[in-house]
Design a protein around this ligand. Structure first.
Ligand SMILES: [Zn+2]
Length: 338
């Protein structure tokens, strides 16, 4: 997804303004911590936020509530080449951050700031550090040296060492406010509020993912998946044929959709197929038809199967993707058949 476009911009998104003001207030009262644990759901703007904070802290001439955007330091941050800003990510998305990467960071932390001010480190996602990396980081958190700011970003707090957590000041980022986020997405994408709201439903209220959906035409892929599923139920295509059409796409994403549709209709059949309960409007007719025919017990069982297939993909057990899709879609075919 092209979220990267957004990840690399210092930006405080509107629903995070309170947190921004809170941190700037701490800074103005000289109570700024040396380590922040920035925690919250994916796709709400934590990375942009931490870059904005880095930019602010490094700026030589900060204004009331933002960096000046003009000084040498701001120029360096904007170009992505600030020598006193260190961004640490896994070598590949989804892989752990390793101890060697933390060792390289040590050199940076204990060197002198080249621009004479702060040294800032952003570790994203910090919950992807393996145990050795986390232990190596602990030392730095204990004695970070003067004018150092470490920002650890996380959306899976449970996977972080308690000793790391206890050495950071935790900043919980709220989910995006629905009204504000809808308006923001509509403005960014120049679409009607209804479409923005629908994108937010699909992305589980993640405004940045909503933008990526539109930009990468994931709605087109979604329409293709829905058509394939409908074709199977109506005997227009076999599950093997549809698996053939889909198995080279982003299967984690597709299985995530199917899973949330199942949960949607299971909920709706519990309330006697009340159409108001359905959140996914684009899949509405098919979901309603299924809700009338299939018990919620069966739907949940199918959702479990989909979830299991997703796990197989995520943990890289190298499943045969075509077979995996054939299985998921074969079960889909028999879902309404007693
Ligand atoms: Zn500046």
């Amino acid at each position: 997804m092209s979220e990267d476009l957004w990840l690399n911009r210092p930006l405080v998104l509107p629903w995070l303004k309170d947190r921004w003001e809170h941190l700037l207030d701490l800074k103005s009262r000289n109570r700024f911590p040396h380590a922040l644990l920035i925690n919250g759901p994916e796709g709400i703007g934590k990375a942009c936020f931490s870059l904005a904070l880095a930019n602010y802290v490094l700026c030589r001439n900060p204004q009331d509530s933002s960096a000046c955007g003009k000084c040498r330091s701001c120029e360096l941050t904007a170009s992505g080449n600030h020598p006193d800003l260190y961004q640490l990510h896994p070598d590949e998305p989804g892989k752990p951050i390793k101890i060697d990467q933390i060792r390289e960071l040590t050199e940076f932390i204990y060197s002198t700031a080249q621009q004479g001010g702060y040294r800032v480190v952003i570790i994203d996602p910090a919950d992807s550090m393996n145990i050795n990396a986390a232990n190596a980081l602990l030392k730095m958190l204990e004695e970070p040296g003067e004018n150092t700011l470490l920002m650890l970003l996380s959306h899976r707090l449970g996977q972080m060492l308690p000793t790391i957590k206890s050495r950071c000041q935790r900043v919980d980022m709220p989910p995006a406010d629905a009204v504000i986020a809808t308006k923001w997405v509509a403005t960014q994408l120049e679409v009607e509020p209804e479409e923005a709201a629908q994108l937010l439903v699909i992305t589980h209220n993640s405004p940045l993912q909503a933008l990526a959906y539109k930009q990468d035409d994931l709605l087109g892929l979604r329409a293709k998946v829905l058509k394939g599923l409908a074709d199977i139920l109506k005997n227009r295509s076999s599950s093997v044929e549809v698996a053939q059409q889909l198995f080279k796409e982003d299967l984690e994403l597709i299985l995530g959709w199917i899973y949330s549709w199942m949960v949607d209709i299971a909920r709706s059949s519990e309330s006697e197929a009340d159409p108001e309960v359905l959140r996914h409007n684009d899949a509405r007719n098919m979901l309603l038809a299924l809700a009338r025919k299939v018990s919620s017990r069966k739907l949940y069982a199918y959702a479990d199967l989909v979830q299991e297939a997703r796990r197989d993909l995520m943990f890289r057990r190298n499943p045969n993707k075509q077979l995996l899709m054939e299985k998921v879609l074969g079960e889909w075919y028999s879902l309404p058949k007693g």
